[in-house]
Design a protein around this ligand. Structure first.
Ligand SMILES: Nc1ncnc2c1ncn2[C@@H]1O[C@H](COP(=O)(O)OP(=O)(O)OP(=O)(O)O)[C@@H](O)[C@H]1O
Length: 281
């Protein structure tokens, strides 16, 4: 389990992380959803021990994330690709393997497993410079799981990724969960959070605004489904609460209905209701 307690981090006058507290139980896919500059990467950097915090605390299975023991439990796929372009996929993995305490005779087996996991076995000996953005991202994932970490942090993993690699990455995230891993996934795409995550934290201007399962967030902050009916009598809008009586009445009174559309709340609506702004502003 990851426990984050009253975390704060400033960069000069910028208060990047403001008093964030949360718990991430082991074995879940946890999403940190928020727009650019919300404080996702900074939070992840503190949770993975890359940087310290100004106040508050983070523990990972009770360990300080900056301890060596905790680091062996952590796999990180950073926002910017971290690979040697002129080396082959295998040589890159070999370099990363040397950073961890992987027994020498296990290294080849681990590298083969990781390449297979991300679907790049057939490109093992190709130079990374020949890879697409999505393939590089997948190789970064392979590098981050070589030492079999329990906690895998993915910082905006689909940035600059083609649809095929994006789907592969989604499959990988779900497969990691099946293997009992905990995945912490940051994104500004609400569809990804909605599709993948067991629990989502919504973050904006360094503050954690809401926390819960997608269903909990939708029912707490999403509001009603909006229904619009276009008929001879013009377009009428309804909230789902009124649907049973008003909608039936409207349909009864119309000879011709041209169109009925339903707008269900999603995490975009949740963000809008919480902040007054679109997630994609
Ligand atoms: N090393 C740094 N020095 C100064 N300011 C920083 C530094 N790192 C982050 N910030 C600032 O802290 C705030 C939060 O940035 P952060 O990178 O954590 O956001 P984010 O949600 O990950 O967004 P993005 O996806 O754009 O990186 C931003 O205002 C950013 O400019």
């Amino acid at each position: 389990m990851i426990q984050v307690n009253a975390l704060n981090k400033r960069f000069g006058s910028i208060h990047a992380v403001k008093d964030i507290s949360l718990e991430i139980p082991a074995g879940q896919i946890f999403g940190l959803l928020g727009p650019n500059g919300a404080g996702k990467s900074t939070s992840i950097s503190i949770m993975t021990g890359l940087i310290g915090c100004d106040s508050g605390s983070v523990t990972l299975d009770g360990l300080n994330p900056q301890s060596k023991k905790a680091r062996l439990k952590i796999g990180l796929i950073p926002q910017s690709i971290a690979l040697y372009e002129e080396l082959s996929a295998l040589d890159n993995l070999s370099f990363f393997a040397s950073l961890y305490d992987i027994p020498k005779k296990k290294i080849s087996e681990k590298m083969e497993w990781a390449l297979d996991f991300v679907g790049l076995s057939d490109r093992a000996n190709d130079r990374v410079s020949q890879f697409s953005g999505g393939m590089k991202r997948r190789l970064n994932l392979a590098a981050s799981i070589l030492h079999d970490p329990d906690y895998i942090f993915m910082d905006e993993p689909t940035a600059g990724v083609d649809p095929q690699s994006r789907n592969k990455l989604f499959e990988n995230v779900l497969k990691l969960k099946e293997l009992g891993k905990t995945v912490i996934y940051t994104t500004h795409y609400m569809e990804e959070a909605q599709k993948l995550c067991d629990k989502v934290g919504i973050i904006d201007h360094g503050q954690l605004l809401a926390l819960g399962t997608v269903d909990e967030l939708l029912s707490r902050y999403g509001g009603d489904t909006k229904v619009s009916i276009s008929s001879e009598q013009g377009v009428k809008h309804f909230e789902s609460g009124d649907v049973s009586k008003d909608l039936i009445e409207a349909l009864k009174n119309s000879n011709k209905v041209y169109d009925i559309s339903m707008n269900r709340p999603d995490l975009e609506t949740v963000f809008l209701n919480l902040t007054g702004r679109q997630l994609r502003d």
